[in-house]
Write a protein that binds this ligand. Structure first.
Ligand code: SAH
Ligand code: SF4
Length: 363
């Protein structure tokens, strides 16, 4: 455990390291580009570096902080990778290839301490934060897995509450969007949060990537029952922070809303939700809740979901329903519904093309 993880180092850190080792400064950028531009985690193959430096890199750092434990492919083309940390903890990674983009859903923590009642990760409690290098390793692994394809979008919707691991998550995001690093557009990185207000405000100042809010109930009292974080930061405070967030005028803010029968799916709640969203450019993803053993709840009926959706649509709030097609492999956290966006928007031709395309992906 003592060896530093190579991916934890920023370009600045590499510059410091080469200086300490009396290596010319320009080598730092070369190392950084090998890793994050070319997704290469084998320093022996960094061919424009002298052999002595390649050996030194291999000996001085850990290059495999996450080991592949197992992989599953869903019938709907999602790939779920279970990865093992150096201290033998499991995290999950979901790769979702689409016709025109490939979205990676990654984890920010092992477990989560927020305790949302409908969430399987929440039931685990928090084991530990992931480091920025462990977060970036997930992107590297996904890109290596995809071979000729590449991740185009990143969503922090795997395990963990990303804003509860603020420093490591923002550090990783900086590398992802750095043109010399992962070179992803800022508008293609989405942080999903249960609503940590001070960190939402900080993110708005530091690095305003796309924001998704797990709302799930527009009533303060009821939301507190579902999501304990609401007792600390209630809906009024959350709303103010969202009004201040510098979201892109084009994308606005996405709201995730799991539909739980008899809990949050009435038209009364739809009305309150419209009121809450007033003044924000919002899209609401309606997600029939994924159930798992030991939790007494069921997904809302198709009819209730459609009525809820119609209420929002009539008031000009786009509210696509995101059915989970990845349920067959979503055993780890039961959250694939939230991540597997878009199926309903696919027409059959596109689905067919996706199927053909999926065959290219080697398992
Ligand atoms: N902690 C962050 C990000 C990880 S959770 C957050 O809460 O936003 C990613 C998404 O999965 C969240 O919207 C979360 O509410 C949702 N989710 C959790 N449990 C779920 C379940 N049982 N069914 C469907 N979605 C779920
Ligand atoms: Fe944590 Fe998000 Fe699950 Fe809530 S929904 S317990 S914040 S991972």
């Amino acid at each position: 455990m003592s060896t530093s993880i190579a991916f934890d180092l920023s370009l600045f850190d590499w510059e410091e390291w080469v200086e300490r080792e009396s290596i010319p400064k320009y080598r730092a950028l070369q190392i950084y580009q090998w890793i994050f531009q070319r997704n290469n985690s084998d320093p022996a193959s960094f061919s424009n570096l002298p052999l002595s430096l390649r050996n030194k890199l291999a000996a001085s750092f850990c290059w495999e902080p996450l080991e592949l434990d197992s992989k599953l492919q869903s019938e709907d083309l999602s790939h779920k990778l279970l990865l093992k940390t150096r201290d033998n903890l499991l995290i999950e990674l979901v790769i979702m290839p689409y016709e025109n983009r490939t979205t990676l859903c990654l984890s920010s923590q092992v477990g989560c301490k927020m305790g949302c009642t409908f969430c399987q990760t929440g039931k685990m409690g928090l084991k530990r934060n992931l480091s920025s290098g462990e977060i970036l390793a997930q992107l590297l692994i996904a890109n290596q897995f995809l071979k000729e394809d590449r991740v185009t979008n990143v969503v922090f919707m795997g395990m963990g509450e990303p804003l509860d691991n603020y420093d490591a998550v923002t550090r990783a995001c900086r590398v992802m969007i750095d043109p010399e690093g992962g070179a992803l557009s800022k508008s293609r990185v989405t942080i999903s949060t249960s609503g940590l207000v001070p960190e939402i405000r900080k993110l708005g100042r530091d690095l305003p990537v796309r924001l998704a809010i797990s709302l799930h109930n527009p009533d303060n009292e009821k939301r507190s029952k579902l999501m304990p974080i609401n007792r600390k930061y209630g809906l009024d405070e959350l709303k103010k922070a969202l009004l201040d967030y510098p979201a892109s005028p084009r994308h606005g803010i996405t709201f995730e809303y799991v539909m739980i029968e008899g809990v949050n799916d009435s038209l009364g709640e739809a009305k309150k939700l419209v009121h809450f969203l007033h003044g924000l450019k919002a899209k609401v993803n309606l997600i029939p809740v994924n159930t798992f053993p030991g939790v007494a709840m069921s997904a809302s009926s198709e009819e209730r979901i459609r009525a809820f959706q119609a209420y929002l649509s009539k008031r000009s709030i786009p509210a696509p329903v995101r059915y989970s097609k990845g349920q067959d492999i979503s055993s780890g956290c039961g959250q694939l519904a939230a991540k597997r966006e878009g199926e309903l928007d696919l027409d059959p031709r596109e689905l067919h093309r996706e199927r053909r395309r999926s065959k290219k992906i080697a398992l």
